[in-house]
Design a protein around this ligand. Structure first.
Ligand SMILES: [Zn+2]
Length: 418
C-alpha cells in the first residue's frame, strides 16, 4: 500500500458514493475542536481523530470521513454566533436584503436551519415576519428563546422536514448559514429542504468557498465538524440531484470567503438564472475544478504555510518576545495542533465567550482567559486565531499599540501588523 491508499476501503463519497481514492490534504491526528479541556481533565487521555480530507474524483466534493456522530459534536455546542459583532451585523444586512428582494411580510414563513442563538432570526422577529429555527443544540436554542426566537430542537433532514410541514407549513424562505458543510448525511439534508420549501419559495445557504480555501491556504478551516468543502460547481450538482436549481450566487467576505447560493424548485420558472451563477461556474471551470490534478498541489501549500508560521514564532521567541493568542475558534484548534504550537510559543489565549474561559485548548492545552488578560500582561505579539475577523479584532484590541504590541495573522501567510 502506498501512503495515499491507507484509507478505509469502504470510504465512499457522501454525495455520489464513488470510492474515495485521492487525498486532498492530511493534517494528521487532531482532537475535536470544541472539546475545550477543564483543569480537572488536563491529566486525562483525549481522543484524537484523523484529519484527512479526500476529493471525490467523480463529483469533486472535498470531504472528511465521519469519525464521530453529530450527537457528540453538536448536542452542547460552545459556539454562540452572537459573540462576533461583525457576524451579527452581517445577519442584519442579509435580513434587510432578502426581505426586500423576495417581498417577505407578516404572512410569510421563514425557517432557518441551524439557527444557533437566534443571532439572525431576531431581525425577522423585529420586522414581525413569522419565523422558526431548527437547532440541535438545546443550550443554544434556549438562548434563542430569550431573543423571542422559537426553535425546533432537532437535526434537520427528511424526517424533521415532514414533521415541520405538518405542524408549521412550508417555508417561503428557507435558509442555513454555515450548516451545509457540517451535515454528515448530505443527501438526506438537501432532500429535506426540497420537502420543506414552498412551491415558489427560496433557499439561501452560506458556506466557505473551496476556491478561496485553496487560493488562500485556509487549511485551518478544515476540522472534524466540517464534513464537506464545496465549490459552486459541486454544490450545484448536489442540489440539482434533489430537484433544486441554483439561480443566483453571491461571493461574500465572511469566514475567509463564502458563497451565498440561492435555490428554487427546478419546476419553478418564476426566477430566471442570474448572470453571476453562470460567471462563477465558468471561472471555476477555468481554474480546473473539474480535473483531479488541480487538487493535488494543496498539500505542499499547507506545509509551506506551516513552515512560515513556525519560522516567525521561533524567531520571535529567540528575540525574547512574548506571544499571546486571540480567540479559541475551531480553526485555531486545527492550526495549533497541526503546527504543534503549545505554551512553548503561545503563553495563553483569550476569548470573549465565557463558556471557553478558564478552560484549555484541545490537544495543545493553551489556557484560555477573558480579554482583560491582554492588558495585564502586555504581550509583544497577539496571534489572531480567527484571522477572518482580523479587522474587527484589531479595532477592539487597538490599545495593545500603547505598549508597542503587534498583531500577527497566520493565514493566508504569516503577516505582522504593527
Ligand atoms: Zn462524489
Amino acid at each position: 500500500m502506498t501512503p495515499d491508499q491507507h484509507n478505509n476501503p469502504s470510504s465512499r463519497c457522501r454525495f455520489c458514493e464513488a470510492p474515495l481514492e485521492q487525498v486532498f490534504v492530511d493534517l494528521g491526528m487532531s482532537p475535536l475542536c470544541q472539546t475545550h479541556i477543564t483543569p480537572a481533565q488536563l491529566n486525562h487521555m483525549e481522543p484524537f481523530y484523523p484529519l484527512r480530507t479526500y476529493v471525490c474524483n467523480k463529483c469533486y466534493l472535498v470531504q472528511l470521513d465521519e469519525f464521530v456522530t453529530p450527537d457528540d459534536i453538536f448536542s452542547e455546542y460552545a459556539y454562540f454566533s452572537s459573540f462576533a459583532d461583525s457576524w451579527v451585523d452581517h445577519a442584519k444586512r442579509y435580513v434587510d436584503l432578502v426581505t426586500q428582494r423576495f417581498g417577505l411580510g407578516t404572512s410569510s414563513h421563514v425557517v432557518e436551519i441551524a439557527s444557533n442563538d437566534g443571532y439572525l432570526l431576531q431581525h425577522f422577529v423585529a420586522k414581525n415576519i413569522p419565523c422558526l429555527g431548527v437547532e440541535p443544540a438545546a443550550n443554544v436554542a434556549q438562548a434563542a428563546l430569550a431573543k423571542g426566537v422559537k426553535s425546533v430542537v432537532k437535526f434537520f433532514g427528511r424526517k424533521t422536514a415532514l414533521e415541520m410541514v405538518k405542524e408549521y407549513g412550508h417555508a417561503d424562505l428557507l435558509l442555513g448559514n454555515n450548516v451545509l458543510a457540517h451535515v454528515p448525511n448530505l443527501n438526506d439534508f438537501v432532500a429535506g429542504m426540497k420537502i420543506l420549501l414552498a412551491p415558489q419559495g427560496v433557499i439561501t445557504m452560506e458556506f466557505p468557498h473551496l476556491l478561496r480555501l485553496m487560493q488562500e491556504n485556509q487549511f485551518d478551516t478544515i476540522y472534524h465538524e466540517h464534513f464537506s468543502y464545496f465549490s459552486f460547481m459541486t454544490v450545484e450538482k448536489v442540489f440539482a440531484a434533489h430537484g433544486i436549481t441554483l439561480f443566483d450566487v453571491e461571493e461574500l467576505s465572511t469566514h475567509g470567503g463564502s458563497l451565498r447560493i440561492y435555490g428554487r424548485h427546478t419546476e419553478d420558472s418564476s426566477k430566471p438564472l442570474c448572470e453571476r451563477a453562470v460567471e462563477l461556474r465558468t471561472r471555476e471551470l477555468n481554474t480546473g475544478f473539474d480535473r483531479p490534478e488541480t487538487y493535488r498541489g494543496f498539500t505542499e501549500q499547507v506545509k509551506e504555510t506551516k513552515r512560515k508560521l513556525l519560522e516567525f514564532l521561533i524567531q520571535a521567541k529567540r528575540e525574547g518576545k512574548s506571544i499571546a493568542g486571540y480567540g479559541a475558534p475551531g480553526k485555531g484548534n486545527t492550526l495549533l495542533n497541526y503546527c504543534g504550537i503549545r505554551q512553548d510559543f503561545v503563553d495563553y489565549t483569550v476569548d470573549r465567550n465565557p463558556y471557553k474561559q478558564g478552560k484549555f485548548t484541545p490537544g495543545t492545552h493553551i489556557p484560555i482567559y477573558g480579554p482583560e488578560k491582554i492588558r495585564e500582561t502586555k504581550p509583544d505579539y497577539l496571534l489572531l486565531l480567527p484571522w477572518n475577523l482580523r479587522e474587527e479584532i484589531m479595532q477592539q484590541m487597538n490599545y495593545i499599540r500603547e505598549w508597542g504590541g503587534k498583531f500577527v495573522a497566520p493565514i493566508p501567510e504569516t503577516k505582522v501588523y504593527p
